[in-house]
Design a binder for this molecule. Structure first.
Ligand code: ATP
Ligand code: MG
Length: 387
């Protein structure tokens, strides 16, 4: 059966000057997502909508994939019809049978974009509902709380009936906002931080600080699997694995214990900034969350910010943990993130960490360390993995 997926996108960005650019990006992202999943589809456009056509047995997988593409507000599973009440109702019934839908109540909602079509929307809804009722859909109409909304759209180039609508991811099409380097650990937060940036159109380039043998290569594999989840949302994705051991060793040797976490983070942002600049990234992104752990007080965040040559974005700063977990489950990173792993930071957490660090104290704590030498050493030994 030939299904049509009616793809709706944000009203806000379709109005601006960049509209064509945004639409093209969205279309390209849809093509890539569906072809990667082996779906054989065709795309048609009409003002404010994209129509994805597919001959398939089951529309579920394609609809689910589309609902995950950033920039899409909603997607309906429908069927193309003639511009007539009979065709809309009969094809709609066929679609419902194919999708095995048996609602206990329904209502019809119509949209008439083609004003040359003679029946106005309210009458059209009524006429289609009547036809449905007399041709097989023998359940009550409930205009307030219907189990199924039977949608009807009359466009210039055709008419559509649809009976299932999924909410989309929203946001902007991936790739329209430039590139950022994501500090990706094996935890719950940083993959979500990356996704939130992707959803605002950014392309992410993850950087993971690997402290072998303080942390085993299993963690590296875990981070690579997390990065792969984020790769769904963009053209290609390169994971940078930094050999962080020289910094960890130097920390053990000469940093006052109280400051190890702050100084470790300062090294992370310095190294990430160099990698970022080399790969054309404009900013760093972290999974920091205000007040979640001792290292994430405003004071300590400021200490880290002060050491960074690049702007640091912290999209999760105001999120509650349960909101982060919910989002992590939605994007499929949660189950990977909760696999047990040794976090190099956890291994270095002092008994009494500094909670209200001051930049000048952090600088003093770094006195015994060769900052430029260590940064350069880590940057050269960084491994790039295409996931
Ligand atoms: P996450 O779940 O992202 O690990 P967290 O709550 O455990 O977050 P921290 O471990 O304190 O927080 O780290 C704060 C942020 O610092 C992380 O979200 C991440 O962006 C960055 N970070 C920490 N450790 C690493 C690492 N080994 N490699 C890359 N980035 C890291
Ligand atoms: Mg962590």
């Amino acid at each position: 059966m030939e299904f049509v997926y009616i793809v709706r996108f944000g009203e806000i960005w379709i109005k601006g000057k960049n509209r064509r650019f945004f639409e093209q990006a969205l279309e390209q992202n849809i093509r890539r997502t569906l072809s990667r999943a082996g779906r054989d589809t065709k795309i048609e456009k009409e003002r404010g909508r994209l129509y994805v056509l597919e001959s398939a047995d089951d529309p579920g997988e394609t609809a689910a994939l589309l609902s995950r593409v950033p920039g899409i507000v909603s997607v309906s599973v429908g069927i193309r019809c003639e511009k007539s009440v009979e065709s809309l109702a009969e094809n709609g019934l066929k679609l419902m049978r194919k999708m095995a839908l048996a609602p206990v109540s329904f209502k019809v909602e119509s949209k008439r974009a083609d004003k040359t079509f003679p029946i106005p929307s309210p009458q059209l809804s009524r006429a289609v509902a009547e036809h449905l009722l007399t041709h097989g859909l023998d359940v009550p109409v409930d205009v307030h709380r219907p189990e199924m909304v039977f949608g009807v759209e009359i466009q210039q180039h055709g008419a559509y009936a649809f009976c299932r609508t999924l909410r989309g991811a929203g946001g902007l099409p991936a790739g329209v906002s430039g590139k950022v380097a994501l500090l990706l650990s094996g935890g719950i937060d940083s993959p979500v931080a990356g996704y939130r940036m992707q959803k605002r159109g950014a392309t992410v380039e993850p950087v993971y600080f690997h402290g072998f043998p303080f942390t085993s290569d299993m963690v590296k594999d875990k981070v690579a699997r997390l990065a792969k989840k984020l790769a769904f949302y963009q053209d290609s994705l390169t994971l940078h694995v930094v050999n962080f051991t020289p910094v960890l060793t130097a920390l053990k040797q000469s940093c006052p214990e109280k400051f190890t976490i702050i100084v470790m983070r300062r090294f992370m942002v310095r190294i990430a900034a160099e990698i970022a600049e080399k790969s054309g990234c404009r900013a760093l992104v972290t999974g920091d969350n205000l007040g979640q752990v001792a290292s994430q007080t405003l004071d300590n965040l400021e200490c880290v910010t002060e050491a960074s040559p690049l702007m640091i974005l912290r999209p999760l700063l105001s999120f509650d943990k349960f909101e982060i977990i919910e989002q992590a489950k939605q994007i499929g990173t949660y189950d990977i993130s909760i696999e047990p792993h040794e976090d190099c930071c956890a291994l270095f957490v002092p008994k009494f960490p500094e909670i209200y660090g001051k930049p000048e104290e952090a600088r003093k704590a770094e006195n015994g360390m060769d900052i430029y030498g260590l940064v350069a050493e880590c940057v050269v030994s960084t491994e790039e993995i295409s996931v």
